[in-house]
Design a protein around this ligand. Structure first.
Ligand code: FRU
Length: 540
């Protein structure tokens, strides 16, 4: 093993960072207590700076809307157990996308059914009549799922309903005319996302109907009319479509705006199980037409928003003020292949970090790129600098043992591929038990791809589909500079390659924290590291 001298001279960090604690104490479901004793304490697995529920089961983010200084996050929540069940909307708010305040459950099941995924808007003009122009109502649009009909084998057990709040989302009233869109006889009919279509001055709703997205319009959020259905000619029908999102986004560096349609699919994801893809196109009020661009690569049939296994059902915040102008995305950091059996007991699953979305013209078409929101920088501790160096094949130590909290940091590494001959460069985090996770870049044997590897990351046997293969993502850039930007948080990694594409999000459960890290170079010749930084990250 070769440890370059420069890497051993980093100053030891004396920063003491506080780990995140939640106000509510997690309460385990009785039936699960038996297994809890065999596992490491849950809080060793709870992320420090990612959003997690106070206790028990969480899945999709819902109702994300900004109002009067607060970003609201509602989420699919079963407060009584650590597995999926009668769905509620849990609720939390943040003023800065970093410090979260847990609020009481917003919506609970009723005689029409469970409260499935959906969205929320601010009805500024009070078109619904639920509030006033001075105090515009917050309106939630969600799917009611009737479990009785579902169990009885009916097909019409999901329909779209609404509820409103005139006190900043603290208390809610369900509309007495629910459902606002009854089921026409389609088995999977859910997850409405509503936006105000500025150009046509009307509300626009998209939701998933089997493996299609339906488009409906309304003047007042109460009366809806279907205008369009999309998806028949789309490339991916390997699973049911869920949780669509639809919004305009400027193409950076041009005066053109395109529309982005995000769709989650389960199963059928890029590397198995649940996954999320997108289309870029034009919307004229009646039809969504994907841009006609040449096929840039035979590798790409579907444009994946994330090539990892753990970013599902993600959508974006509504009503972010124009002067901010960002389109901010958050996803559920799990996968239906194993979400209900991951080795945590008192709580289950986290959200991704918030990411801003950007449309850019690239050598591979008009593409969606993601950046961690800049607010996350306030969590950074004093950076450890990694000087540039020509790295020989072999193993080079990263100064991770100096971190105040093992496995909780942000890292950025830049390489000059033009001046490098080696085939692969990757980062490996490991612990005393020999568990490891790995991520990096491979251009050996005609490859040009990024990868993550959690096959030996610790507890992997809880579900056979959890850790079978490397996760791979094509490189969508011809730039000479290679960029690896990664957020680690005890049990997750979010890997933003190059200018924010591809992105790979994966979770893992080591037997003990990852205290060690190395940078490995493989193949003949060198890899030129231009430099890098590691920031300890504090919880809030
Ligand atoms: C996606 C999903 C949605 C549904 C919700 C139920 O993960 O299956 O389609 O509304 O979860 O919890």
């Amino acid at each position: 093993m070769h440890y370059p001298r420069l890497f051993s001279t980093f100053a030891v960090l004396s920063l003491i960072l506080t780990a995140c604690t939640d106000d509510a104490s997690p309460i385990a479901n009785d039936s699960e207590m038996a297994t809890a004793t065999e596992l490491p304490a849950d809080d060793n697995y709870r992320p420090v700076y990612h959003f997690t529920p106070p206790a028990n089961w969480m899945n999709d983010p819902n109702g994300m809307v900004y109002h009067r200084g607060e970003y609201h996050l509602f989420y699919q929540y079963y407060p009584d157990s650590n597995v999926w069940g009668p769905m509620h909307w849990g609720h939390a708010v943040t003023e800065n996308l970093v410090d979260w305040e847990h609020l009481p459950v917003a919506l609970a099941p009723d005689s029409l059914g469970y409260i499935f995924s959906g969205s929320a808007v601010i009805d500024h003009q009070n078109t619904s009549g639920f509030g006033s122009k001075e105090n515009p109502p917050m309106v939630a649009i969600f799917t009611h799922h009737d479990p009785v009909g579902a169990d009885a084998g009916a097909v019409d057990f999901q329909y779209q309903s609404i509820a409103y709040s005139v006190d900043q989302g603290r208390t809610w009233t369900k509309y007495d005319g629910n459902p606002v869109i009854p089921n026409p006889g389609i088995r999977d009919f859910r997850d409405p996302k509503v936006i105000w279509d500025e150009a046509r001055e009307q509300w626009l709703m998209v939701f998933a109907a089997k493996d299609r997205v339906q488009f409906w319009t309304s003047p007042n959020l109460l009366e809806w009319e279907q205008v369009f259905e999309f998806g028949q000619d789309a490339p991916n029908h390997d699973g049911v479509w869920e949780c669509p999102d639809f919004f305009p986004l400027p193409i950076e560096g041009t005066d053109r705006t395109a529309w982005v349609l995000i769709v989650s699919i389960n199963p059928g994801g890029a590397n198995g199980g649940s996954g999320t893809f997108y289309f870029v196109g034009d919307w004229d009020g009646e039809t969504f037409t994907p841009l006609s661009e040449p096929p840039y690569s035979t590798d790409e049939v579907v444009r994946w928003l994330d090539y990892g296994r753990d970013n599902y059902a993600g959508v974006t915040w509504s009503d972010i003020p124009e002067e901010d102008g960002r389109r901010i995305f958050l996803g559920w950091m799990s996968n239906w292949d194993y979400a209900q059996v991951v080795p945590t007991t008192t709580w289950r699953s986290a959200m991704t970090i918030p990411r801003s979305l950007h449309l850019q013209t690239t050598d591979f078409g008009t593409r969606l790129r993601q950046r961690p929101v800049s607010e996350l920088k306030q969590l950074r501790g004093t950076p450890i600098d990694i000087p540039g160096e020509k790295l020989a094949a072999g193993v080079h130590e990263l100064p991770l043992s100096d971190l105040p909290e093992a496995g909780v940091f942000e890292m950025e590494l830049l390489f000059d591929l033009v001046d490098s001959q080696a085939e692969q460069v990757y980062v490996t985090l490991s612990n005393e038990s020999g568990d490891f996770v790995r991520l990096g870049y491979d251009r050996g044997r005609d490859k040009n791809e990024f990868f993550t590897d959690r096959r030996r990351s610790g507890k992997v046997g809880f579900e056979e589909r959890f850790a079978t293969e490397l996760h791979r993502a094509p490189r969508w850039s011809n730039e000479g500079q290679l960029r690896l930007h990664v957020f680690f948080d005890r049990t997750s990694l979010e890997f933003f390659a190059d200018q924010g594409e591809p992105v790979m999000t994966d979770i893992f459960f080591p037997e003990s924290p990852f205290t060690k890290g190395v940078l490995e170079v493989y193949g003949d010749g060198h890899m030129r590291l231009e430099g890098g930084k590691i920031w300890p990250i504090a919880g809030k």
